[in-house]
Design a protein around this ligand. Sequence first.
Ligand code: GAR
Length: 191
Amino acid sequence: MAKVAVLASGSGTNFEAIAQDLAGGPHGVALLVCDKPGAGCLARAERLGIPSVVIPYGKGGTPEVRRAAEDQMTAALEAAGADLVVLAGFMRILTPFFVGRWKGKLINIHPALLPRHPGAHGIADSFASGDPELGVTVHWVDEGVDTGAILAQRSFPRTPDLSLEDAEARIHALEHELYPAVVRRLLESLS
Ligand code: GAR
């Protein structure tokens, strides 16, 4: 059995999609790590019976503060026996030190067709761009922001009547299909 740990900051719909997809199978979600006390992903973890830990980054965001939080995260991930670490709406930029520790085992989902529209506003930026296609990307995490090698993408064509709300709903639905499939494939290759 291979174990995945999920890092999230927000609602946790991708975390839940992955957990539901793996439920009942040989692989499983061993841990949720969240940097935001009270975030929705924590309630989902409790409902799903998945252990969770809150590791706030505190104020300042200095390299020392980030490094201390990441050391705690690595300790929690190692204690959980994580074979794969999945960023699912984890809205922190990880230091090269953390990325180096988990390189080759660390993936992210981004709500746009990378390399276009990296950063914190992938949906709004791709919607505003007028690009003929919108979509989602799962990629390995490297030291850059949304720059790692692409594992998988899914897209849909923009229609003239597409609203921002429609685009958000389509993108989230694609994420919930694509991310569990990629995670499952990677866990199977590890076991
Ligand atoms: C997802 O749309 C994910 O792609 C995005 O945050 C959302 C988290 O939703 N991540 C980024 O924008 C990273 N740059 P969720 O908490 O419901 O899974």
